[in-house]
Design a protein. Structure first.
Length: 400
């Protein structure tokens, strides 16, 4: 410690450096007091919002396309609240920073640093975290207590309005989407029904069991052909027999008659054979037609299934829109309005002045000690005996 090793040495130093110590303390305290007086006051006000649970279950909300995470939705609202345009509206509506020569961007940045939004998570249900939020607080720190209260209240009201407007817009967009989707699926279903009807008509399969009926018709034609062949055989034999026994004139007349009968029978047989060929050809092409029909039916069933799903979700969206309109879904409500702060927040002027005074005292003693170290002079008999080991014979006191 150099020349100061005892309490007497320290007291002697204080006595000799008293004016320097007092001067440093006075100057330091004056500077601290000036800084404290010139420091702007900062007041903090907080408005607390409660997130009320929705009447509609989360499952129904997700089925209708509504966001299930409250935290994610509130985060989006916070981002919109802190945008440049939104903060400029607050600045102009409350006449903030009018006395400061700042640009719009600087004012926005100053307000953005002066406000904050905090969330408190709701109690967990079981072991899973569903991201539910129960409390939302909006805090503002301004130069006056009135401005802090006004800014916190204004931001809280804008948050409530954004939440309500966002949910209502989402509900309307969801309902509009499902309504358009339902209309499109209905038109597609009608088109497929028309295609199926036209396919039935074109391929003559309008009634079930058409293949079996055609086979029955072929069996009947075969029976008719067999009967016609028998009649042809009988008619030809009869004609040969009667023409052979008749006179020439009679024979010519009988030949003409039998030829007409045979021609009629042959025409009937040709018609039946042609019909049988058509039926056989249609039966041969039936499997391919059936495959094409099955494709159309499957497409129709798929569209019908999609239409049923979309119709159900549209009904859920209509319920959600009605609840949103009546403000019966999850909503924000004020449970603690922004109060007028009684005292400045953070370190006040008095605290700053006291800290400056304490630092001034410490600095004064440090300067006095450094001056002693700069000139290590033996000033007493005790110091001489301690430093050199020699006991002085006589000590002459300091005489002014």
């Amino acid at each position: 410690m150099g020349p100061i090793q005892t309490l007497d040495d320290a007291l002697d130093m204080l006595r000799r450096r008293a004016w320097i110590i007092i001067g440093v303390i006075v100057i330091g305290c004056a500077i601290s007091l000036a800084v404290a007086l010139t420091r702007p006051r900062a007041y903090t006000s907080t408005e607390v919002l409660q997130i009320s649970r929705a009447m509609l279950s989360d499952t129904a909300a997700r089925a209708a396309g509504q966001p299930a995470s409250t935290a994610r939705r509130l985060q989006l609202i916070e981002q919109r609240l802190m945008t440049r345009d939104s903060l400029l509206e607050v600045i102009y509506s409350l006449d903030l920073y009018t006395e400061l020569p700042l640009t719009q961007n600087e004012k926005v940045d100053l307000l953005r640093r002066a406000v904050g939004v905090d969330f408190i998570a709701a109690a967990r249900s079981g072991y899973s975290d569903d991201g539910a939020i129960s409390i939302m607080s909006v805090t503002a720190t301004m130069g006056t207590a009135e401005l802090a209260q006004k800014v916190a209240h204004e931001l809280a009201q804008r948050t409530i309005a954004l939440s309500t407007g966002t949910r209502l817009a989402e509900a309307r967009d969801t309902l509009e989407f499902f309504a358009e989707r339902e209309q499109h699926l209905r038109e597609q279903l009608v088109s497929l029904e028309d295609d199926i009807v036209e396919f039935h008509t074109r391929n003559d399969i309008s009634l079930p069991g058409s293949v079996e009926s055609r086979r029955d018709e072929i069996d009947a034609i075969n029976s008719s052909l067999l009967e016609l062949n028998r009649e042809l055989i009988v008619t030809r034999r009869q004609a040969e027999r009667e023409i052979r026994d008749a006179r020439e004139a009679t024979a010519r007349r009988l030949r003409r008659d039998f030829d007409d009968q045979i021609a009629v029978l042959e025409d009937q047989r040709n018609l039946l054979q042609q019909r049988r060929s058509e039926l056989l050809q249609s039966i041969e092409t039936t499997p391919e037609i059936q495959r094409e029909l099955n494709v159309l039916v499957r497409r129709r069933d798929d569209v019908q299934s999609q239409l049923d799903t979309v119709s159900g979700r549209k009904a859920d969206a209509e319920i959600i829109l009605q609840l949103e309109t009546e403000n019966q879904t999850e909503r924000l409500s004020v449970i603690e309005p922004a109060s007028l702060p009684d005292y400045p927040s953070g370190g006040g002027r008095k605290k700053l002045a006291m800290m400056g005074g304490m630092m001034s005292v410490g600095m004064a003693f440090l300067i006095a000690f450094l001056l002693e170290l700069r000139r290590p002079v033996i000033r007493s008999a005790a110091q001489m005996e301690r430093e050199t080991g020699l006991e002085p014979v006589i000590a002459i006191p300091f005489i002014k």
